[in-house]
Design a protein around this ligand. Structure first.
Ligand code: PEP
Ligand code: MN
Length: 366
């Protein structure tokens, strides 16, 4: 007889399980509907006040057998589970979003950046200062098997009286030097009106930190298919940085590489603070390649090696570093550019000599 009773009660529990499950699913679907409406209104779907009110309502009717703490923890799990359903459905909502997407690989000429490819190096002077300077630096960079050459022709300077860059002529000198030494040319564009000139002379357009939210410039570049190196703004959140990439992609340009270059913090020993978590997060949240500019991050020559190692350790697809034949007389960034001997040592100390020729997986085992 008791056995029969147990069986009956168990059947009752089975039915209740099914009912609870149906109710939980129904609840999750409604919560998701609310989440979608909130997303469309640009609101966050997490509302701690609403959670608090719901818990208070539930506990007000608690007649046992569970204690309040148990009821709270049971319902917290229910709330959490519903939120997760909404989150999964939300992704990917942007062209930049990771979602289920594989790593994007961006080609600059024949040089791949991202995915399983060995981390690249972009090297060259802060600014292009003369035909000779750009030619000997390009020769030096190419000598090491590096394929991407940087150099500014239009310089975004805080002080309007300091060197502003040579302009068009510098682009022409650098183009000739890159063609001569088999390099791809990366240069910063500051003004949307210069787009045709840049498309003609440059292989990869750099959007500098100060122009990271110049939406007119981003939309103009987005209408081309030139690879873009998008720096993070001086005080941009990761979301703002990624949204700038979204501007480029929403206009049709798929060839976007993100570049972390340090953010402004209260620290004075460094020019900026390299945000390594932003590199890891950008890789996680987007499918775009991410590189680290170690020169402008620290603003210190003595940090170039450790910051390079840190960037690569958190998954960067490459590094940017400034090299100048004679940094002491450079027209910008004297303090942090490497001379040619310093560059040799940098390549040795960061093991970049190997990285440039071997796949990332061979170096890091993943
Ligand atoms: C640069 O790379 O030349 C430069 C000016 O960097 P940022 O925009 O990151 O300051
Ligand atoms: Mn510089």
């Amino acid at each position: 007889m008791p056995k029969k009773k147990i069986k009956e009660l168990r059947n009752e529990i089975d039915d209740l399980n099914q009912d609870i499950f149906k109710l939980l699913s129904k609840r999750a679907n409604i919560a998701k509907e609310i989440g979608d409406l909130q997303t469309n209104l640009g609101m966050s779907s997490y509302d701690p006040m609403r959670e608090k009110e719901m818990l208070e309502d539930i506990l007000a009717n608690n007649q046992g057998p569970f204690g309040d703490a148990t009821v709270k923890s049971l319902f917290k799990s229910v709330f959490q589970a519903s939120m997760e359903v909404g989150k999964k459905a939300d992704k990917p909502k942007f062209l930049t979003s990771r979602g289920d997407r594989e790593d994007s690989v961006v080609y600059v000429g024949d040089v791949p950046i991202g995915g399983e490819h060995a981390p690249i190096l972009i090297a060259g002077p802060c600014a292009i200062e003369s035909k000779e300077q750009v030619d000997i630096t390009a020769a030096e960079v190419a000598k090491h098997g590096i394929k991407l050459f940087r150099g500014g022709a239009f310089k975004p300077r805080s002080n309007p009286y300091s060197f502003q860059g040579i302009g068009l002529e510098a682009l022409q000198w650098a183009r000739a030097a890159c063609d001569k030494h088999g390099l791809q040319f990366v240069a910063e564009i500051m003004d949307a009106r210069d787009i045709d000139m840049f498309v003609e002379y440059v292989d990869m357009l750099q959007v500098g930190a100060r122009n990271s939210q110049n939406f007119t410039l981003l939309k103009t570049i987005g209408k081309t298919n030139k690879p873009v190196l998008l720096k993070r703004g001086l005080s941009s959140t990761i979301e703002e940085w990624v949204m700038s990439a979204e501007y480029l992609m929403s206009e049709g340009n798929k060839n976007v590489v993100l570049c972390e270059r340090g953010i402004r913090t209260y620290e004075q020993y460094t020019r900026n603070t390299l945000d390594v978590s932003a590199v890891a997060l950008a890789k996680q949240e987007t499918h775009l390649p991410v590189i680290v500019d170690v020169t402008h991050s620290g603003g210190r020559r003595d940090l170039l090696v450790p910051l390079t190692k840190a960037g690569l350790a958190v998954g960067a697809d490459g590094i940017m570093v400034e090299v100048h034949p004679n940094p002491a007389v450079a027209l910008s960034d004297q303090k942090q550019q490497l001379d040619f001997d310093g560059f040799d040592k940098y390549l040795e100390d960061t093991a970049y000599k190997t990285k440039l020729s071997k796949k990332r997986s061979e170096v890091y085992g993943f």
